[in-house]
Design a protein around this ligand. Structure first.
Ligand SMILES: Nc1ncnc2c1ncn2[C@@H]1O[C@H](COP(=O)(O)OP(=O)(O)OP(=O)(O)O)[C@@H](O)[C@H]1O
Ligand SMILES: [Mg+2]
Length: 231
């Protein structure tokens, strides 16, 4: 099991009960899509899987309990591409940003740079290596954020709305890239065709709970999700 969560509850400081008892598990190598309305708790849940938020309940990821002592290890095992890239990119140049994960994990400088360049190549951003991340376009930022996760070679990849801002060729190459990666993946997305091209498993979030888990097509039909998102 790569993720095991039992009765996870979380309340934001303003009193919003964002997670109201989540039970969730997935196996190594599995890919699962997370669907659900805006505000249903998907991002809040994702932020718990690498310890950025800490609620009540039990969370185990890649064999480690999410607690203060394990945070650094957890962050190396869980690669999270945030919904908003501006919260993710912070180094002076694109290359340094993407190399940050490997270097923080203790990889030697030249090897860290090699991994960063390889990841940037795979997301089509190598030519922007020397640029300041905050001067990139929204889609370019997203590609650099994804490269940053790939460079760390995590055991679990969590992508929160990865196709937002990506142009159609960018979406297709992300799909090709992800489908070739053997790691477990959580795809949080309102883009059903994109999710369906990578997995047939989905969960549906509703008001801070997982309302259903199972076949992607059945979940899309049961919750009339396609109609809701395209209307
Ligand atoms: N920092 C915050 N402070 C207070 N409430 C928050 C905060 N962030 C999110 N919330 C609330 O928590 C609930 C869950 O939000 P979350 O961002 O997890 O939803 P989501 O399913 O990711 O939605 P979306 O599809 O729009 O990305 C919502 O009611 C939201 O208003
Ligand atoms: Mg979200």
């Amino acid at each position: 099991m790569i993720v095991e969560v039992k009765d996870l509850r979380f309340k934001y400081d303003d009193g919003t009960e964002a997670l109201r008892g989540i039970d969730f598990s997935m196996d190594r190598g599995e890919t699962i899509a997370f669907f659900g309305a805006n505000g249903s708790g998907k991002t809040t849940f994702a932020l718990h899987l690498n310890g950025l938020l800490r609620g009540e309940g039990k969370i185990q990821v890649a064999g480690l309990a999410v607690n203060d002592g394990n945070l650094q290890k957890i962050r190396q095992k869980v690669g999270l591409v945030l919904q908003d890239s501006d919260n993710q990119l912070f180094m002076p140049t694109v290359l340094e940003d993407v190399a940050f994960g490997p270097l923080a994990a203790g990889v030697e400088v030249r090897e860290g740079e090699r991994r960063a360049k390889d990841a940037l190549e795979r997301t089509g951003m190598l030519h922007k290596s020397g640029k300041a991340p905050y001067h990139l376009s929204a889609g370019e930022k997203k590609r650099v954020a994804i490269a940053g996760i790939l460079a760390g070679d995590p055991e679990l990849l969590i992508l929160d709305e990865p196709t937002t801002f990506l142009d159609p060729p960018g979406q297709r190459s992300l799909q090709t890239l992800l489908s070739a990666l053997p790691q477990a993946k959580i795809l949080i997305t309102h883009d059903i065709p994109f999710a369906a091209s990578l997995t047939n498993q989905a969960v549906f979030f509703h008001q801070g709970r997982i309302a259903a888990k199972g076949n992607l097509r059945e979940i899309v039909e049961r919750f009339d999700w396609q109609a809701l998102t395209t209307s």
